[in-house]
Design a protein around this ligand. Structure first.
Ligand code: CUA
Length: 368
């Protein structure tokens, strides 16, 4: 008798369940199409980004229908089996285990998860593996994170190193980044490349990408993706993708100490030459040490606002004050700013002749 009742109940439910399943299937298809149509990520700036985006699409295709299935079953059940007035004292029909159902709902997600993990592993292995030797030597860039700027160090053919504040990489050639930090945790991230990794004090982390241009876009933003202090949001620079030939020209020029190379080699040599070049060398030191990430200085085209506007605060100061503000930034704090924001490492980081050039430069351009 009871079995007959349950059978009858099942039979009356069948059309409703079928209708719900059809609606759920339509919702799943719409969800998947929407998921694939949405532009989730910026331009694809590396060969790795294509593989990562494909993986993302596969995840959308697998997960959206499951989400729709679970959500629609819950909503359907809440509406269909809700308690009606007068049913407060009633108990629902007893439910016993259903082995077949339990095997299915355990095995199906397990299989799907294992398959996705295997696919993820293959993609990861693929994007991390070193390029074939036949493609020529891989390029290496040492990325140094520091509050609040990125510094990029290249090694010239003669083994001499030079640093830049903008990242330059050749198009279509594998580049390996060795990432370190001089102070706290940072995270080296170029969204267009899809790869990011923490810069951890004391250890070197790595990743590699092969940059590609997308349409006319030759530059991609470099950002810090780990909260690292008050200037975190301003730790943004630019990656420039250059054709190999242009890159070689740029690289040769930089290794000879010309252009906007880091303070160390070029600027010091220029600075020693005489008063006029001293100012020009100071401008390079300003650029090479990432001062523009935090300060505004019209002569350098800098518009940072983490620290004081140098055009304003230095106009009434002498060279001794400017020097002190660089080597001992907490000695005098400009109105509206706090102690401890500017790194105190510049005294050891900038060589003496470069520091003098920087002071001279700052004094000259703020006293016109
Ligand atoms: Cu460096 Cu956030």
């Amino acid at each position: 008798m009871r079995a007959d009742m349950e059978r009858g109940r099942d039979a009356s439910l069948r059309p409703t369940v079928i209708r719900a399943a059809v609606l759920g299937a339509i919702a799943a298809v719409i969800g998947v199409i929407l998921g694939l149509l949405i532009h989730w990520f910026p331009a694809q700036g590396s060969t790795q980004s294509h593989k990562i985006d494909t993986f993302w699409d596969v995840l959308i295709i697998c997960s959206v229908p499951i989400f729709v299935l679970v959500a629609s079953t819950v909503i359907f059940s809440v509406v269909k089996f809700r308690m009606r007035p007068g049913e407060e004292e009633l108990d629902g029909p007893p439910i016993h285990g259903n082995t077949r159902l339990e095997v299915i709902w355990t095995a199906a997600p397990a299989t799907l998860l294992i398959a996705l993990c295997a696919y993820a592993y293959i993609v990861l292995h693929d994007i991390e593996k070193a390029p074939a030797k036949s493609l020529g030597p891989e390029m290496h860039v040492h990325v140094i994170g520091r509050q609040f700027t990125w510094q990029f160090e290249y090694t010239g053919k003669d083994g001499k190193k030079f640093q830049t504040t903008q990242l330059y990489v050749p198009e279509g050639r594998s580049v390996r980044f060795d990432v370190t930090s001089e102070d706290v945790l940072h995270d080296f991230w170029v969204p267009a490349w899809r790869m990011k990794i923490d810069a951890v004090p004391g250890i070197t982390t790595h990743y590699r990408i092969t940059p590609v241009k997308t349409g006319k876009t030759k530059t991609y933003p470099v950002v810090c993706a780990e909260l690292c202090g008050l200037g975190h949001a301003f730790m943004r620079q630019t990656a420039h993708i250059m054709p190999q030939k242009d890159f070689d020209t740029w690289f040769a020029k930089q290794s000879q100490g010309g252009g906007a190379a880091a303070g160390a080699g070029g600027a010091a040599a220029g600075g020693a030459a005489g008063g006029g070049t001293n100012v020009a060398a100071g401008k390079q030191v300003f650029a090479a040490n990432g001062c523009s990430a935090c300060h505004t200085l019209s002569d350098a085209g800098a518009s940072g606002n983490v620290g004081p506007d140098l055009d304003k605060v230095l106009a009434s100061q002498n060279e001794a004050f400017i020097k002190q503000s660089i080597v001992d930034p907490n000695a005098v704090i400009a109105k509206g700013f706090q102690k401890g924001i500017m790194p105190t490492t510049f005294a050891s980081q900038i060589k003496a002749p470069d520091l003098d050039a920087l002071v001279k430069y700052l004094y000259t351009v703020t006293h016109k």
